[in-house]
Ligand binder design. Structure first.
Ligand code: SER
Length: 319
């Protein structure tokens, strides 16, 4: 059986990827690691390895002993937190990636997934339908680390034959885990606040449109990318991936379709400046052509799913 390790299993994406991989590969074939214990009983059914991904010795030991076919390396500090701790963000995001790439170069792991982000784009990038080969112009430390990481991935692929694959995720929205430290986090928080029948104070302005994706699409797309034959993967930096684009006023309106009394106010903070440097939409033609990517869930359906799922959760899950 194929063996898989998820690094960063306690994070927003990590929890969701682990659940999907457990279903696909079998719980005992998925090991998970993080510096904190994932707050999710189902996720914790997999073998948990306490590991600091910036610790070269620990990563090498884990990967050499684990005989993993695939490693999903999802540990990262996101855009907003990264601006508060720039050097720590760079150290975490880069050191951990290089540790995993070096381990793959040694032949200890066959395949790596590593996420990039729309944060690689910036003020000089086209704002709409950003093409695959658009100018990268990151302004945050997070974005700079993702841009550098993309080129490190391609370098290890071309120079050492490492099969590392990547996508540039838009903002990710799901109900099984909470985000932390990102600029797109509002699009998850808003559903939880709507569920508690309170007014949501949005940290972005009403009309700040950004690319977004429902989590199940992101997870499915990632598994499809990893299942594709290597020769189909022609982009070895990172693929643009697109699903929907909306501004806070539009997600609020979609919530009002279910909760007519839902209220939102706008109190932009430092994340507004970050959001303004990112595009409104990206073109994912290359991902569609090379490995058949296609989104399934758009805003109205996502809102329906999110509100139903969150209403069913016990209050402890939300806090
Ligand atoms: N969701 C991320 C952030 O907001 C972008 O990749 O930082």
């Amino acid at each position: 059986m194929a063996r898989t390790l998820v690094i960063g299993a306690a994070g927003q994406l990590g929890i969701e990827m682990v659940l999907a991989l457990q279903a696909q590969e079998g719980i005992t074939n998925v090991d998970i690691s993080d510096i904190r214990v994932p707050d999710n009983d189902a996720v914790m059914k997999s073998r948990f390895l306490h590991m600091d991904a910036t610790d070269e010795g620990a990563v090498f030991k884990t990967l050499e002993e684990g005989k993993y076919d695939t490693v999903y390396h999802l540990a990262a500090m996101l855009s907003a937190t990264g601006e508060k701790k720039p050097i720590a963000a760079w150290d975490l995001n880069m050191r951990s990636l290089l540790n995993v790439l070096e381990a793959a170069k040694e032949g200890w792991v066959k395949r790596i997934f590593w996420p990039s982000s729309i944060a690689v784009f910036g003020p000089k990038t086209t704002r709409k339908s950003v093409p695959q080969n658009a100018l990268l112009d990151p302004t945050t430390v997070y974005g700079i680390s993702k841009q550098a990481g993309e080129y490190w991935c391609r370098y290890y692929h071309e120079k050492y034959g490492v099969d590392v694959r990547s996508v540039r995720y838009p903002g990710l929205i799901g109900h099984r885990s909470l985000p932390g430290g990102g600029t797109t986090d509002y699009a998850v928080e808003i559903y939880h606040v709507a569920n508690s029948r309170k007014c949501y104070t949005c940290f972005l302005k009403a009309d700040t449109a950004l690319p977004m994706m429902y989590m199940d699409d992101a997870v499915r797309g990632t598994l499809e990318l990893m299942a594709a034959p290597a020769e189909h993967i022609r982009v070895r930096t990172s693929y643009n991936l697109s699903a929907m684009n909306f501004a806070p006023s539009e997600i609020a309106e979609s919530i009002r379709q279910h909760m007519p009394d839902f209220e939102i106010e706008y109190v932009p903070d430092e994340r507004q400046a970050i959001a303004l440097t990112w595009p409104e939409s990206v073109s994912d033609d290359a991902a569609r052509a090379d490995w058949g990517w296609k989104p399934r869930i758009l805003l109205p359906e996502m809102t329906h799913i999110m509100l139903e799922a969150i209403a069913d959760q016990s209050p402890e899950v939300l806090n």
